[in-house]
Write a protein that binds this ligand. Structure first.
Ligand SMILES: [Zn+2]
Length: 264
């Protein structure tokens, strides 16, 4: 799960300045509803007073930009009188839509699915990665009801203002929100498989030590080895393996010193 995540807080936005905090219980996915792939355009436009909305991040094709601290209360599920409760519970991000289409009502017009396929793949991958990262950071289960949802689902649940995103867009590429939740869960699982645990470290250490034990000794130590074996100081295992490249433990050291003394 590779994601370039920059941070450019919208410090001039009234939402940032209000600075209310939340305990995140979910992640809400939005799309901007305008054909503008460059997040910088939104960052400039939204980093000002009087914007009346604010999200925690923008996801673009090549990166994501965090625009609010994750625990700041966003204004993404409506503001003022239209503000709904998802603002109190959900971290939010906007997905930047590619160039070339317009809108009629809530419907995309002139959207070229074929031409935008690679763009969508990249952006979707970043949206999955960001959501997985947030779920891990705030210990959220992406498959639990109401946790990872889009704006349209939030409206249907009665916790967000009336918008259709991202269902006006993602299904054109054959992606449902259920698929998204599955992909987020899978990304978290993959990440956990890769991450180091004590158990995993022990496994790797055992493998390393077993490999060392099989290595042949160096020529320079040959007289000393011959002597030590003749004196019965180095005995080796039951099948005669001497494990000359293995680390000795203190009890093995004591054993060798003891035998060495007895041989005198
Ligand atoms: Zn939205």
């Amino acid at each position: 799960m590779e994601l370039t995540l920059n941070q450019e807080f919208l410090t001039e936005n009234d939402c940032y300045k209000t600075g209310q905090t939340i305990k995140p219980r979910g992640v809400m996915v939005h799309s901007t509803g305008v054909a503008q792939p460059d997040p910088e355009v939104f960052l400039r436009r939204w980093n000002a007073p009087g914007v009346e909305k604010c999200v925690h991040a923008f996801v673009a094709r090549d990166r994501a930009v965090q625009t609010l601290p994750w625990t700041t209360r966003g204004w993404h599920a409506g503001t003022g009188t239209t503000g709904r409760s998802a603002n109190n519970t959900h971290i939010s991000f906007e997905c930047c839509e590619p160039a070339g289409h317009t809108y009629q009502g809530g419907t995309m017009v002139g959207y070229d699915v074929e031409a935008n396929h690679a763009y969508f793949d990249d952006l979707y991958h970043n949206a999955v990665a960001l959501t997985a990262t947030l779920c891990q950071e705030f210990k959220l289960d992406p498959l639990a009801p109401g946790v990872v949802i889009c704006h349209a689902e939030g409206y249907n649940l009665g916790i967000a203002s009336q918008h259709g995103d991202v269902l006006q867009w993602w299904p054109k590429h054959g992606v449902t929100m259920d698929q998204f939740r599955q992909d987020v869960a899978q990304a978290i699982e993959d990440e956990e498989d890769d991450s180091m645990t004590q158990e995993r470290f022990n496994q790797l250490m055992e493998g390393y030590l077993a490999g060392q034990a099989k290595l042949p000794p160096s020529d320079w130590s040959q007289p000393a080895r011959t002597w030590a074996e003749e004196q019965g100081i180095i005995v080796g295992s039951d099948n005669g393996e001497k494990h000359y490249k293995s680390f000795p433990t203190r009890e093995e050291m004591a054993q060798m010193l003891y035998r060495s003394r007895q041989a005198q």
